[in-house]
Design a protein around this ligand. Structure first.
Ligand SMILES: [Zn+2]
Length: 119
């Protein structure tokens, strides 16, 4: 009995010590996501009963265009000016990057890398 009580006291003591550093970590996690860094205008392209609206997000600043369906948990992918899906590696990179301040020259090359023909 006596030993059990002693251990519980020690656990509480450890938790108290950790709280201070946890508070500091929480303050640092306040960065904007790459998605939020763009200045999107949204256009509805078409609508399907199973997947909802297909939305095109085009950024006013960098000119990148992304597509996603309005129903939750659908993937987002990069498209060219005609709305054709780009390769998955290009989508992943565009989604992981902050809005480029100037039009990225490599984007023109990226837009030539189309994914497989549209379904
Ligand atoms: Zn942008």
């Amino acid at each position: 009995m006596g030993a059990q009580q002693k251990r519980r006291w020690r656990d509480n003591h450890t938790i108290d010590n950790a709280t201070g550093s946890q508070g500091q970590i929480r303050m640092q996690v306040n960065e904007r996501t790459p998605w939020d860094s763009h200045d999107f205008k949204v256009k509805m392209l078409d609508w399907s009963a199973t997947r909802g609206s297909r939305l095109a997000y085009s950024c006013r600043r960098c000119g990148r265009v992304f597509c996603r369906f309005s129903i939750a948990n659908q993937e987002t992918w990069a498209v060219d000016e005609q709305g054709r899906a780009l390769e998955t590696v290009v989508s992943k990179r565009w989604l992981s990057e902050q809005c480029p301040p100037l039009t990225n020259i490599q984007d023109d090359e990226d837009r030539k890398r189309l994914r497989e023909p549209m379904q």
